[in-house]
Ligand binder design. Structure first.
Ligand SMILES: *Cc1c(COP(=O)(O)O)cnc(C)c1O
Length: 395
């Protein structure tokens, strides 16, 4: 079996090998530079090798990497204090990934009703097009056939309704419902935002029905949309929220945040993780917060977002045969293609610009949040070149 590759074939990898990165730029092993508007799928929130993160990681590396969660981890307490101060949450559980943060969110919601005498309330309503991760429970929550196929019985307890269909959500609530779980802006689903009215209506519905609102802000959180968390645009607060991606700036970790009431079932011994919240992760996470919580940070994100939005709108006007729609919030932007999104991603790559394909024929632009106006303009001109190339191709 000489031709069996040692890695699982679950990814179709781009034939480029990046060796180093700095800020919004990546460099290949042959010295070619790329403008990175993928950011490891919204992970490199502060770009590559941000000096403050490098310094925090190196300093911690010389002190202590890992400790079990049976010990006090001061960086974890500090990070949780900071996250609870700037959000709705009273309590935080640190994880290693987004899916694991969602698992914790799902377990937290179910346990809440269990310890409050309503164990029959365990079902969770989700929306079509959702993406919540690749574990068995999160593929059931996401409900996408392509991710569920062949993996045995779907984990019980998820009821899916059409995207942004409030009446369908209302109709789906039963005496078995524990929570509604949504992304304020669907990322993988094609940069599809829920309107502020819908988010407010979901909050009201949860209050009326005595059920929990769980938000998946793994992609939309940590400054990505120009607010610290996307739900802030709607002026609502969830009961439970999963985050990851941008919070680690490239160090893999996530967190589940909850109100004290929602987390009341998560008592001693009910949940755990070996690695979640270890000292290395927390050193980087606290360093990410140092930068993102700085006063000038979010205004910068919004300025650049406006510049990109306007630039993309004018490209849409000029290439109506190629661009159907431009959408998104902050630096979670999507170009909905009239033709193939894969072709646009490829044409952009030919211009040394990275983007990310998404559902609904969309190309996502997810630059590091530290992208400058000049770099944003450079990206627009590369997108224009890519569109120009595509428009000259035979239909
Ligand atoms: C990426 C993502 C996840 C899964 O995160 P992993 O770290 O890959 O497990 C969950 N929800 C949303 C909205 C995401 O974008």
């Amino acid at each position: 079996m000489a031709d069996v590759k040692p890695l699982y074939d679950t990814y179709n990898r781009v034939p480029l090998v990046f060796e180093r990165g700095h800020g919004v730029w990546l460099e290949t092993d042959t010295g070619e530079r790329y403008l990175d508007f993928a950011a490891g799928i919204a992970v490199n929130s502060l770009g590559h090798t941000h000096p403050h993160l490098v310094e925090a990681l190196k300093a911690q590396a010389d002190k202590l990497w890992h400790l079990s969660n049976v010990h006090e981890i001061p960086g974890q307490t500090r990070m949780a204090e900071r996250l609870t101060r700037v959000t709705f949450a009273d309590k935080v559980f640190f994880t290693n990934s987004g899916a694991e943060a969602l698992e914790c969110a799902i377990k937290t919601a179910r346990r809440h009703f269990y310890v409050n005498g309503q164990p029959e309330r365990y079902r969770i309503i989700t929306m079509e097009g959702a993406f919540h991760g690749r574990t068995l429970a999160t593929i059931a929550a996401g409900g996408q056939a392509k991710y569920l196929e062949g993996f045995g019985p779907k984990v019980e307890g998820f009821d899916q309704v059409p995207f942004d269909d409030l009446d369908a959500v209302k109709a789906a609530v039963t005496e078995h419902t524990a929570a509604i779980l949504v992304e304020p802006v669907q990322g993988e689903g094609g940069v599809r935002p829920l309107s502020s009215e819908t988010l407010r209506a979901l909050r009201e519905l949860c209050d009326e029905q005595g059920i929990l609102l769980v938000l998946d802000e793994v992609q939309s959180g940590v400054g990505r949309t120009g607010k610290l968390f996307a739900h802030e645009w709607a002026g609502i607060e969830p009961d439970i929220m999963a985050i990851a991606k941008g919070i680690g700036g490239g160090f893999p970790f996530g967190a589940c945040l909850a109100t004290a009431e929602a987390a009341d079932g998560m008592t001693f011994g009910t949940h755990g993780t070996t690695y979640g919240g270890n000292p290395l992760a927390m050193a980087v996470g606290n360093a990410v917060l140092d930068v993102i919580l700085d006063e000038g940070f979010l205004p910068h994100v919004n300025d650049i977002a406006l510049l990109l939005r306007q630039g993309l709108a004018s490209l849409k006007d000029r290439y109506p045969d190629l661009i159907k729609d431009v959408r998104g919030t902050g630096l979670l932007l999507g170009i909905q293609c009239a033709k193939s999104n894969a072709d646009l991603v490829m044409a952009m790559r030919n211009e040394n610009l990275l983007g990310v394909p998404a559902g609904d024929n969309v190309v996502r632009l997810l630059p590091p949040l530290i992208v400058t106006a000049e770099e944003a303009r450079e990206a627009l001109s590369r997108i224009e070149a890519a569109l120009d190339m595509l428009s000259h191709k035979s239909p």
